[in-house]
Design a protein around this ligand. Structure first.
Ligand code: VG1
Ligand code: CO
Length: 562
């Protein structure tokens, strides 16, 4: 027992748990694993120990995507924060806060950092997943040098520094003090909205959304963006309340998989493919950092989306009016963005999968817009991918394109914007096949087999009709701090620029998810509107043959096709 700034702190003995290693984005495990005695507390204590004396007297942000166990987790984190010397925790009302909003809050309030309680696109509930991650003072996900340190601490944690304070009512806005320690409950939308106001032309968007010939639907998938969409799209921008679908956050996302893709957002897809569809559709994931953009009967591939946003940012988004500093994409994301970068003469970076790799580039002023093929798009206004940013970016592009189109005239939609882009830059056909819940051993054997193929491969080797240029395991050296990340995905790059990439997911909580990424470029005007699956048919066949995926995993069909 001791006393920190007027608060009694108990030293609670604990024992390490195995496997508390951070993946692509934080620690994600089955909720029941997280609910074991001290499981969450061990990780949080390990984080605070890893951060050391630096945290004393600091303010910590806290929020989550509203999933099951979030409210209980918040109380544990508050007690540990007080017990480890933080002077303040600023937490979203009801422990809610979207990931991009947490990043915005950390930046606006100059916090030491923040904890986000989310397993993002993974399902929630007592039988699904929970997760947690730490973001630093510029709002960016902790880099690997910190997450490695946390993991080191989790293997030896023996004592939890727990403040002896009661649970705080997180449903009421305002501040509660215990000695010199304070918990401040804030509106989870406010800071984020102010940040977005500084990025977009809200009055222009408002007048565009008032057009009677333009309609939109935003699917929150029963996850955290409901309150954000209602406040921003409806209250601020004047869209009708009915445009927000499934806008009440629920602890189990109503049993759904809050991952905005063509498979899991099937209700939205149905709406957008119906004859009465509105012009624009969008969805976001559990914690609001992912986005899917749809036009009328049209799927906007995320790799194209970031390229199109980058190409139009300077003209259509006030925050970027003096031009972009640079752009970046994750390695598996298609090369559509590369073409925009080269046409605009912008610095370009290719990073490993996971948003944490963009943070350094943005902090160093080298990147303004970045994206991942996994429905992640963002800008340097914050340090997380940002679902609502992507939606407002697209609405800004559409508003600009339709400036001269009279009401009732031929409204330019998402598909036409894409088509014009492809005509100018060519099209990078792209698809991702996910094989979820494979056995880890099978997936591992397939990856070993592929490593063997890479070791034996020579430039010029033929794979079907494709001639190999390079095959390797992607490695990245951060241009800012020189840190290295290896084994970031097996790549086969062919002479015509086509690519086949294999990775194992780092966000699952059990088994293995194999991700197969395929890309092929065309500048042939006759092929631009071809169906992506059809266009990629031959190279997909090559990928499946060379990996012997069906043989190793017994799987003949992917779980999700993007
Ligand atoms: C996936 C995506 C990756 C994304 C990550 C976190 O990781 O591929 O691009 O950054 O999820 O997204 P993995 O290791 O499963 O492929 V989120 O919205 O779940 O934080
Ligand atoms: Co997410």
């Amino acid at each position: 027992m001791g006393c920190v700034a007027g608060v009694i702190v108990k030293q609670v003995p604990t024992k390490p748990y195995d496997g508390q290693k951070t993946g692509t984005s934080g620690l994600r495990k089955k909720t029941k694993e997280f609910m074991q005695e001290n499981y969450l507390a061990n990780w949080v204590q390990s984080l605070f120990t890893a951060l050391g004396d630096e945290v004393k007297g600091q303010s910590l942000g806290l929020g989550g995507d509203g999933r099951y166990f979030g409210k209980e987790a918040a109380q544990i984190i508050i007690k540990l924060a007080a017990g480890n010397g933080f002077k303040r925790v600023i937490v979203g009302q009801n422990a809610l806060m979207a990931t991009p909003a947490a990043s915005a809050m950390i930046r606006r309030r100059k916090l030491y950092g923040g904890l986000i309680m989310s397993a993002s696109h993974n399902p929630g509930g007592p039988d699904a997943d929970f997760g947690i991650k730490f973001n630093y003072s510029s709002g960016e996900p902790a880099p690997e040098r910190i997450t490695d340190k946390i993991y080191g601490e989790t293997t030896k944690v023996a004592v939890l520094n727990m403040a002896d304070i009661p649970d705080v009512d997180l449903s009421k806005l305002g501040s509660t003090s215990f000695g010199e320690f304070e918990v401040v409950v804030v509106d989870p939308v406010e800071d984020y909205l102010e940040t977005l106001r500084g990025v977009f032309d809200f009055p222009l968007l408002r007048s565009f959304l008032a057009r009677p010939d333009f309609g939109l639907v935003f699917d929150s998938m029963h996850a955290v963006t409901g309150p954000y969409a209602k406040r921003i799209l409806v209250q601020e921008l004047g869209a009708p309340a009915s445009c927000v679908k499934d806008g009440e956050p629920q602890p189990d996302f109503a049993g759904g998989h809050p991952d905005p893709n063509l498979t899991y957002a099937e209700e939205l897809v149905k709406i957008m493919w119906s004859d009465e569809s509105p012009a624009f559709g969008a969805a976001s994931d559990g914690d609001g950092d992912r986005n899917m953009i749809l036009g009328r009967k049209f799927f906007m591939n995320p790799s194209d989306s970031v390229a199109i946003i980058a190409a139009n940012a300077q003209e259509c988004i006030p925050y970027f009016k003096s031009g972009l500093k640079g752009v970046a994409r994750s390695m598996p994301t298609s090369g559509a963005l590369d073409r925009v970068a080269s046409a605009l003469g912008l610095p370009f970076f290719e990073t490993p999968t996971g948003w944490k790799f963009f943070g350094n580039l943005m902090d160093a002023g080298k990147c303004s817009v970045c994206g991942e093929e996994s429905f992640g798009t963002g800008g340097d206004h914050i340090r997380e991918k940002d679902g609502i940013f992507a939606v407002l970016a697209w609405l800004s592009i559409l508003a600009a394109r339709n400036r001269e189109v009279p009401v009732g005239g031929a409204l330019v939609g998402v598909e036409q914007v894409a088509l014009e882009h492809w005509k100018k830059y060519g099209r990078n056909f792209f698809s991702r096949y996910d094989y979820e819940e494979c056995s880890s051993a099978d997936a591992g054997r397939m990856m070993d087999h592929l490593r063997g193929v890479i070791a034996a491969a020579q430039p010029g080797d033929a794979f079907g009709d494709f001639k190999l240029k390079l095959a390797d395991d992607f490695e990245y050296t951060d241009p800012i701090d020189g840190s290295k990340a290896s084994k970031q995905g097996l790549r086969f790059i062919f002479e015509d620029g086509s690519r086949i990439i294999f990775r194992l997911s780092g966000t699952g909580s059990s088994g293995a998810t194999i991700r197969l990424y395929i890309e092929q470029y065309t500048a042939d005007p006759a092929l631009l509107t071809k169906d992506a699956q059809e266009a990629l048919g031959p190279i997909i066949k090559v990928a499946l043959e060379l990996s012997k995926l069906a043989e190793f995993t017994g799987r003949t069909n992917p779980t999700v096709i993007t």
